[in-house]
Design a protein around this ligand. Structure first.
Ligand code: HEM
Length: 420
C-alpha cells in the first residue's frame, strides 16, 4: 500500500501541517487562528510543567531563555525543490512550533485514519517549557538552489576547523537548517521533533542529532558538566537590553548585515567529547588550575563563591589563576576583549560507549552572539593549546544563524529572508 505522506506534492505537506489540532488550530486554520487557539488551549494543558514560553517576539525564544532540562540539537539538509517550497517549509515550521509550544488538545482520529498526533504525550499536549529555535546554515545560501546568495548573513560561513579539532571523519557537521528543541521533559522534546519531522517530510531531511541534559544544581547554584565543574557561571547579563543588543542580537544594516537579520543571532554548536577516563586520574589541584575555578563551590581560585569575579589585574603573573587557565584565556576580562563575550547555553550529553568500551559523553557546547568571528572564533582561537585540550575532543557541530523572531500572528520564520 502506498504511504499517503510519501506521495504528497509540494503543496501537500503544508496542508497536512495544520491538521491534527482541535478548535481553531484544526485543519485549514490560518496562522492568526492558530495563534488564538494556541493561547486559549494552553489553559487546557494539565500535565508537564505548565510553563508556556512565549513564541512571538522580535527574537526567538530558546536564546535568552534559561536552559530547560532537556534538549535536542538537530541539523537538516533542506530538500525543498524550489523557493516557493522553501517558503512553505518555514510557514509549516511556524505553525507547528506555535502549536507545540502552546500545548492543547489533539483532534480525535477515526479508526480508519492514521492518528493526527503520535500520542506519546497523551491526548492533551502539555505546555512544558518547550522552545524550538530555528537556525540556517551557510550552505542554504548557495547560488543554485534558492537564489539566496546575496541575502546571506554577513558573518555566516561553514564552521572552520580549529586547532585541536578531531573532525576529519565526522558525520555530525554543518547543515542547511538547525533546530534547537528544549523543554522541561525529555519526552516533550522527542514529541516535538517527531511532529515537526512528520509535517515537513519532503522538505527537510535530518543529517545529525545530539541530545543534551541540564542537570539539577548540585547542591545549589549553577549546574555541573561531566568534568564535575559548575558550567555556565559567567555569562553576559541577559536581563540588560544594552548588553544583549551589544553582544547577542544582530542588527540589520549595521556591520554589513542585510536588513532582514535584525533581531537574529549567530549560533555555534560544538560537540565536545570529554575523555573522562583520563580526567578522573588527574589531581584535584591540577583540574582546578586547568579550569581556573574550585570544583566544589565553582568559586574562582582567588575567591570564595561562584559569583565572585576573578581579579586578574591583581594577579598579573598567574599566582592564583594560571595564565593558561580555561576561564582566563576564554575571558581575560580586559576592555579590549569585552566585546568578544559570548552567551553560552550548553548541555551535557551522554550516549553510551565507543567501540573500545569508553564512555561517550561530553558537552554540546552552544553559544549565541552578534558576530561569530568577533566573538566565538576569537575566544576559540585563544583557547588553542590550553591544558584542557588533552581531556576534551571536539568532534562535530556547525555555525548557524538563528532567525529573527516571529513578530505577530501573520508573520512566519524567515519572512524577511524570503521577502520578494
Ligand atoms: C568540553 C569543553 C569545555 C569545558 C569542559 C568547559 C568548561 C568550562 C567551565 C567549567 C567554566 C567555568 C564556569 C563558568 O563560568 O561557566 C567555563 C567557562 C567558560 N568557557 Fe568553557 N568549557 C569548554 C569549552 C569551551 C569553549 C569551546 C568555549 C568557547 C570557545 C568556552 C568558553 C568559555 C567562556 C567564555 C567561559 C567564561 C569565562 C569567564 O567569563 O570567566 N568554553 N568553561
Amino acid at each position: 500500500m502506498s504511504d499517503p505522506q510519501l506521495s504528497l506534492g509540494r503543496r501537500g505537506f503544508l496542508q497536512r501541517a495544520t491538521a491534527g489540532m482541535v478548535g481553531a488550530a484544526a485543519l485549514g486554520a490560518t496562522a492568526a487562528d492558530s495563534a488564538r487557539a494556541a493561547s486559549s488551549s494552553a489553559s487546557v494543558s494539565s500535565s508537564g510543567s505548565g510553563r508556556v514560553i512565549p513564541f512571538e517576539g522580535p527574537h526567538q525564544s530558546g536564546i535568552l531563555t534559561p536552559p530547560q532540562a532537556a534538549a535536542s540539537f538537530v541539523s537538516f539538509d533542506v530538500i525543498a525543490p524550489d523557493r516557493a517550497a522553501l517558503r512553505e517549509l518555514f510557514a509549516v515550521l511556524t505553525d507547528r512550533v506555535r502549536l507545540l509550544t502552546a500545548g492543547g488538545s489533539v483532534a480525535a482520529t477515526d479508526l480508519a485514519s492514521a492518528p493526527a498526533d503520535s500520542g506519546t504525550l497523551g491526548p492533551v499536549l502539555p505546555a512544558d517549557g518547550l522552545t524550538v529555535t530555528v537556525g540556517v546554515g551557510a550552505s542554504l545560501f548557495d547560488e543554485q538552489r534558492y537564489g539566496l546568495a546575496s541575502r546571506r548573513p554577513a558573518k555566516l560561513t561553514a564552521m572552520p576547523v580549529f586547532p585541536d579539532d578531531d573532525m576529519a571523519h565526522s558525520t555530525e557537521l554543518h547543515g542547511d537548517l538547525s533546530l534547537q528543541l528544549c523543554a522541561d521533559s525529555r519526552d516533550t522534546v522527542a514529541h516535538a521533533l517527531r511532529d515537526i519531522a512528520k509535517h515537513t517530510r519532503g522538505a527537510i531531511q535530518a543529517r545529525w542529532k545530539i541530545d543534551g541534559t541540564h542537570s539539577a544544581p548540585r547542591p545549589s547554584g549553577t549546574p555541573r558538566n561531566h568534568l564535575g565543574f559548575k558550567d555556565g557561571i559567567a555569562n553576559p547579563d541577559t536581563t540588560s537590553g544594552a548588553v544583549t543588543d551589544a553582544l547577542v542580537w544582530t542588527h540589520g544594516g549595521r556591520d554589513g548585515e542585510p536588513a532582514w537579520t535584525e533581531g537574529g543571532s549567530y549560533q555555534v554548536i560544538r560537540i565536545i567529547r570529554m575523555l573522562v577516563e583520563f580526567w578522573d586520574r588527574v589531581s584535584l589541584d591540577e583540574q582546578e588550575r586547568m579550569i581556573g575555578r574550585r570544583r566544589d563551590s565553582g568559586a574562582p581560585l582567588d575567591g570564595s563563591a561562584e559569583t565572585d569575579i576573578p581579579g586578574y589585574k591583581a594577579d598579573p603573573a598567574g599566582l592564583f589563576t594560571p595564565m593558561d587557565a580555561h576561564i582566563r584565556l576564554a575571558n581575560p576580562r580586559t576592555p579590549a576583549t569585552a566585546s568578544q563575550q559570548i552567551l553560552r547555553r550548553g548541555y551535557n550529553y551522554e550516549r553510551g560507549l565507543d567501540t573500545d568500551g569508553n564512555l561517550d559523553l561530553g558537552l554540546v557546547f552552544c553559544c549565541y552572539q552578534q558576530d561569530v568571528s568577533r566573538q566565538f572564533a576569537a575566544v576559540q582561537s585563544r583557547l588553542a593549546g590550553e591544558p584542557l585540550v588533552d581531556y576534551v575532543s571536539p568532534t562535530g557541530g556547525g555555525y548557524f544563524f538563528a532567525l529573527p523572531g516571529v513578530r505577530n500572528p501573520h508573520d512566519t520564520f524567515a519572512s524577511g529572508l524570503l521577502a520578494e
